[in-house]
Design a protein around this ligand. Structure first.
Ligand SMILES: Cc1cc2nc3c(=O)[nH]c(=O)nc-3n(C[C@H](O)[C@H](O)[C@H](O)COP(=O)(O)OP(=O)(O)OC[C@H]3O[C@@H](n4cnc5c(N)ncnc54)[C@H](O)[C@@H]3O)c2cc1C
Length: 374
């Protein structure tokens, strides 16, 4: 007996007719692809979703915003209740000039309002730093992911972007490639962060992608980090925190930096906000030689040119994509139209106290607003 043949009727499509032919970029193109689901990327996705701009966030880790969850020792100091002008002044150059437009368009008050309008209760510390009232960074993350859900903004986890190519197609400016699929997209927003705490996913991928698309890169340096110092004064106080310490940097017998704040005595040296902010000054100015001095209740200790802890432990990365290659009013690349940046991937850094997350949120909003108009 012969196997029965399926009878084909007139006009019935051929068996493989449902299979799509070669697809054109129009079939897939997305207005915006956001690479990196950290503070800047998630906030960008929320702003895009609320503005009805379809976007897809691609995040290499199996959970988003691992670094955000570490912020403020898990409490997340998400901004500081000061004016944009004061925040810019305290951040100093080069961030201040570059962030002038973005932070004035999205000042700390607007960041606080956005989170409060999305049902995150906030609390203010005496020094004006802002935290979620629960003091849980996870509540900040849930506010962001709830908004993504409510605006139907896609967040693809376990999705590492390996490369991005430009195309000549009018509506699909880029092909974003992962190990398993490609996305055709009109605009790309790189929010892959700096290079510290690589276990959080911030490993410098975005900087390499930016380089392949025509950008130069500034060398990385630890921005907010402790100093490695073996000194009896520290050893005697190991495990203790000193409030209201003064820290100074002296170059060629001249006082070049002075700051105040908390000083933590650790097994390896000194940390805490006062030390971190001093390290940031050094990362920017890089004096050939200097002395570091700290003063606590009348006692003054001075050491010569201490090393810092490694970059992978820094709270913020100095270096990355140079600011003079990015339009400060739009966050769009001056090298590659349609490519945008937000957050720590750029050479911006601020002191401890909510400045770095504020910069991530403000630059994310600036980029999305520009991509929507573009
Ligand atoms: C311990 C610690 C405490 C801090 N506390 C505070 C604080 O209280 N207040 C404050 O203002 N700032 C704080 N900061 C700084 C702040 O966390 C960062 O400035 C901020 O998270 C930067 O946001 P971002 O979105 O640019 O980068 P990130 O938050 O680092 O996010 C980048 C994301 O991109 C993803 N990614 C990377 N490469 C790829 C790729 N190829 N494909 C897909 N995804 C990719 C990463 O997995 C990551 O999720 C702290 C930092 C640290 C380390």
């Amino acid at each position: 007996m012969k196997p029965r043949q399926h009878q084909r009727f007139k006009n019935q499509p051929k068996p493989d007719a449902h299979k799509p032919g070669p697809r054109k970029p129009d079939d897939f193109h997305l207005p915006l692809t956001i690479v990196g689901g950290g503070a800047a990327g998630l906030f960008a996705g929320c702003i895009a979703g609320e503005g009805k701009l379809p976007s897809l966030i691609m995040e290499r880790k199996h959970k988003p915003a691992r670094k955000l969850l570490m912020c403020g020792n898990g409490r997340c100091n998400l901004t500081k209740n000061i004016s944009a002008a004061q925040m810019l002044e305290e951040m100093g150059e080069p961030a201040a000039a570059f962030l002038n437009h973005a932070l004035n368009a999205c000042p700390p008050a607007a960041i606080m309002r956005w989170f409060e309008q999305h049902r995150l209760n906030l609390k203010q510390m005496p020094d004006r730093r802002i935290f979620p009232r629960t003091e849980k960074a996870s509540d900040v993350l849930h506010t962001l992911t709830d908004t993504l859900r409510d605006t139907a903004t896609a967040l693809a986890l376990n999705t590492t972007v390996g490369s991005i190519e430009t195309t000549s197609h009018p509506t699909a400016g880029f092909i974003v490639s992962t190990q398993s699929f490609k996305v055709f997209t009109r605009n790309v927003l790189l929010t892959t962060g700096g290079v510290s705490y690589p276990k959080t996913g911030s490993v410098g991928d975005g900087q390499k992608i930016a380089k392949a698309l025509g950008h130069s890169l500034l060398p990385y340096r630890p921005g907010l980090i402790g100093f490695v110092i073996d000194h009896p004064w520290i050893r005697a106080r190991q495990g203790h925190t000193m409030d209201n310490a003064t820290i100074r940097i002296i170059c060629d017998s001249r006082l070049t930096y002075a700051g105040e704040g908390q000083l933590d005595c650790e097994s390896w040296g000194i940390g805490g906000a006062a030390a971190y902010n001093a390290s940031r000054w050094l990362a920017r100015h890089q004096p050939a030689d200097f002395e570091l001095e700290w003063q606590v209740q009348g006692e003054i200790i001075r050491v010569r040119k201490p090393a810092t802890r490694p970059l992978k432990e820094a709270i913020v990365t100095v270096g990355g994509v140079p600011l003079n290659e990015i339009n400060p009013r739009t966050m769009e690349s001056l090298k590659c139209p349609g490519l945008y940046f937000a957050g720590e991937i750029m050479d911006i850094d601020g002191p401890t106290g909510g400045y770095n997350l504020s910069a991530a949120f403000a630059t994310a909003k600036c980029a999305v607003d520009a991509a929507r108009g573009g």
